[in-house]
Structure formats: C-alpha cells, structure tokens
Design a protein around this ligand. Sequence first.
Ligand SMILES: *Cc1c(COP(=O)(O)O)cnc(C)c1O
Length: 424
Amino acid sequence: MKNISTRDKKHLWHPLTQHKLHPDTVAITRAKGALLYDDEGKEYIDGIASWYTCVYGHCHPYIAEAAYRQMTQLDHVVFSGFTHEPAVRLSEALMEILPDNQQKLFFSDNGSTASDVAIKMALQYHFNQGRKRDVLIAFEEGFHGDTFGAMSVSGLSVYNGPFSDFFLNVKRIPVPDGTNSGEVIEQFEEILRTENVAGFIYEPLVQGAAAMKMHDAEGLNTLIRLCKEYDVIAIADEVMTGFGKTGKNFASEYMEQLPDIISMSKALTAGMLPMALTSCTQKVYDAFYSDDISKGLFHGHTYSANPVACSVALAGIELLRSDEMQENIKRITASHRRFDEVIKKHPKVARTRQLGVIYALEIKVDTERYGGLRDKLFQFFMEEGVYLRPLGNTVYILAPYVATDEQLQKIYNTIERALNSVVD
Ligand SMILES: *Cc1c(COP(=O)(O)O)cnc(C)c1O
C-alpha cells in the first residue's frame, strides 16, 4: 500500500488549495496536547491550534469522554420540536460566560453558517417590522466565512473575487486603528444616515484571516454605539476570538457597548466536532416572536444541536473556566510578551502585535520577494517541527492553551532562526 499522501492525490480536493502549485500534503496520524504526529512519527507543535479550534489541547481525555458518554446515550435527533439535555445544559453554561445582553442561541454547523444566520437575523429583524433595510456594513479586510452570505461581507480577495457579482449589498469601511478613527467613524455615520442599513458585522479587535490585524477598542465601541442610535444590528463575529483567546472569554467584553448578535464556532467544540452558534438579544428574538408563522426564522440545518457536539462544547466550557486553563492563558500571554520585548527589535521585524494568546509578527520585506517568502517560511517551520501558517509576510502564533513553556520556547526560537536564515 502506497503512503497516505500519495493516495490522497488521487481523489481528494483540499480547502483553500491550488493543487497545481501545492501538490503535496503531510499525513497526520495522531495528535496529543499541543502536538501533531505525521505518518513517519515526526512531531510538530501545533502553533495555530489547528485553525484556533483545539485550544485545550488535542484529544483531551475530558472532551473525548464527554463525546463517548453522549454517543452511547443519544446520538442525534431532530431539533425542531424535540429538545435534549446537552443542548439545554450548553445554553445554560454559555449564558454564564457570554456578555450579559445575550439571551437566545441558534445552532448551525460552522463559522460560515453562524455568520449567515446572523446576517439573516439582522435582515429579517427589520423586515418583520415592515422596514426595508438591505445594506450591510463590514470591515474592508474582514473574514466571515465562505458561504455566500458570509463571503459577501468578507473583504474582497482571492477567496471571493469570482463571486463578487452575486453578493449582498455591502458597504466596506476600514478598521478604526487609533490613527484614523475620526474619519472611519465619520464615514460610518454617513452610511448610516444615507443608506438603509440593516446590520454591521465585524470581527471584534482581531481580524484572523487578515493576518491577525488588530484594531482599536475605543473606535469600535463608538461604531457599535452608533449602531444602537440608528437601530442597526451589531454583529460580533467571535468565531476566531471566542473562548479565551484574547484574554477574555469573548473579545466583545473589551467594549462597553455590547453587540446584538454574536457568532461562535471553532473553539466552541474544542476541535472535536463541527458546530456553531449564533446568539442574540431578547430584542432581536422578540422581532421574530409572533402569531404569524412567516415571522419565524426559517433556517435550519439537519445536524442542528447535535447532542454529541453539544456535550463536547459543554465539556470545553468547563475546561475553559477551570483554574488550570485560566492560568495557562495568563502564562502564554506573559510568555508572548517577553518574547515580543526581544524580537520586536530584530532588524527583520517590521512590527508586532498581541492580544491575549494571539501573537503576530510582520516581517520586513520588499514586496517583490514577498510571494515566495510565505512558502519558504512554512517549509522551514515544518522541517523544524513547528506548524505555523504564515499569512503573507505575517507569522502568527495561536497555540493551544496547554502548550508548555518548552514548546513555546521552541516556537520562538524557530521563528527567530527563520528570520535569520530564511528572510534575506
Ligand atoms: C474561520 C472563521 C469563519 C468561518 O468559519 P468556518 O467554520 O471555517 O466556516 C468565520 N469568521 C471568522 C472570524 C473566522 O475566523
């Protein structure tokens, strides 16, 4: 039997991959804690928690046990008309950690569908009250997923360019970065005044796909406050930022003004199973609550509130709230800060940024060379046993909270060596 990577080539089509340019894959056979192992036994530190999902560590026994226990009790049942303990318990647990104004939870399967549900809630919130509001506001470099609604509100790029003729009506604004906030706020209010705006969707404080670009809490707070003034639904996409990564359970807690809607996925299920949630305020929910059946939210996925995924999410929240994980988050935050003190002075480093356990470093490059750099860095990291996925000239770290000090140190050393040997 040929090896896994060779057999993979025959039938598989990978996400976000141009197969002609990147024909090779690495076969991963198992994972534990912060480590991934390939089919030759080589280990890699998972420096990005497998796209920010496995934050409590891979194959965490507490999560795995919760899944197994639920699998032998109730695997799946329709969630229209039926309910079950795992969903109810998950809702109760989430209410304890979500911003206070969030009251209702709607299930879907992934971050993109959570965005789509949020967008539909915002549009229908106005529709149900007899108002025609058909414009959405989003940040220029935002990312909210790959389904049509989510793609529409994402920044234009190689991902959504071919479909741009089919998008929802979206106005894009830059993020308030502290230097431009006055202009951004003015532009925002101008749109609110002149267009029929239904909602504003944003990744609070950190834009993941834009290479962990960070913005200003005060500026964002003002934008959300303006939304309230114009009865525009503020949607915080916390798919990446949720569940402790920014140093708080949700990035929205950094702002005084709270969003009307929050979307969650990724770390929600600790990397064990796919699931997503869109939460909203009582005000949003009440706009759908009616004797008129057509005012309901007629959106539903077959696997809504899958009991096993709910049990896993519940176990994940218990871990998040444990002293151990809270200590880990603080430890990694402090560790990144110490690394930053040193590395930001490196001549090849243009700038750095950090919020909680999210750390990013921009490499100084002349743009012509930029194309090949990303791949060279990636190769270097993999050879050294560190899994990081640079975005353009940005290297970012978002390791599982259980990454040890030694593992963090290895990530830092590897980045530093890459700066010295790969970047020219
Ligand atoms: C990953 C991501 C999504 C999309 O989630 P999928 O599960 O990949 O569909 C949406 N929003 C943000 C902020 C994300 O990071």
